[in-house]
Write a protein that binds this ligand. Structure first.
Ligand code: C5P
Length: 225
């Protein structure tokens, strides 16, 4: 049995607000797998950088923050030491800083082993931008989720409203386009679909249907020799 068969990984990558988080969470629950929200790690670093006013050019200090990040995932909660940062890391100002720190090679390197440590029996669903390309290149199944920028801005708007957070559609759409451009153009681990990933365009599709398709693809991948 190969390591990938023993502890399989389902890698779900895609741009901001493509529904990766919701879909990955539902797939993990359906299979009783562990779940890694890699974006939350970059967001937690972004939050610390903002909190301490660290200069975004100071790659060494930020990579040290990444190496020593005392972050914990307890159910749906993200904790940094004793502080609950679940809500704070979803703010747009943190989203933008997260995508800036994520472009720093030393920061990505510092997070590599930490992300791989999430791979524990019986399996892992990992979501982000480079799960299938860099972190888990041998994943049993790789999915690239996408949706139009307008639909993604609308989803983010609804999400923020439900959480009682203020948002403007125009700003959200602008932020999404800006982050897409930065995530795709950066030199390290840019957001791109790997050749062996399955492209799933979720524009107009309900979450339930996307989850059903991912589970069907996983079943098919397991049957493949
Ligand atoms: O997925 P989410 O929007 O929460 O991620 C926040 C930011 O972290 C993204 O805009 C992206 O720049 C960065 N990120 C990344 N690689 C990952 C996950 C997130 O660069 N695997």
């Amino acid at each position: 049995m190969t390591p990938e068969q023993a502890v399989p990984v389902i890698a779900i990558d895609g741009p901001s607000a493509s529904g990766k988080g919701t879909v990955a969470g539902c797939v993990a629950t359906a299979l009783d797998f562990h779940y890694l929200d890699s974006g939350a790690l970059y967001r937690a670093i972004g939050w610390v950088v903002l909190e301490h006013g660290v200069n975004l050019e100071d790659e060494l200090t930020i990579s040290n923050i990444a190496l020593n990040l005392n972050v914990d995932f307890c159910g749906n909660q993200v904790r940094l030491g004793t502080r609950d940062i679940t809500k704070a890391i979803r703010e747009e100002r943190v989203s933008l800083i997260a995508s800036r720190v994520a472009a720093l090679p030393k920061v990505r390197e510092a997070l590599l082993e930490r992300q791989r440590a999430f791979r524990r029996p019986p399996g892992l669903v990992a979501e982000g931008r480079d799960m299938g390309t860099v972190v888990f290149p041998g994943a049993a199944l790789k999915i690239f989720l996408t949706a139009s920028a307008e639909e993604r801005a609308e989803r983010r708007y609804k999400q923020l409203m439900e959480k009682g957070m203020h948002a403007s559609m125009t700003t959200l759409l602008q932020d999404i386009r800006e982050r897409d451009a930065r995530d795709s153009r950066r030199s390290v681990a840019p957001l791109q679909k790997s050749a062996d990933a399955v492209l799933l365009d979720t524009t107009g599709l309900p979450v339930k249907e996307v989850v059903r398709r991912v589970l069907a693809l996983y079943k098919k991948a397991q049957r493949a020799p």
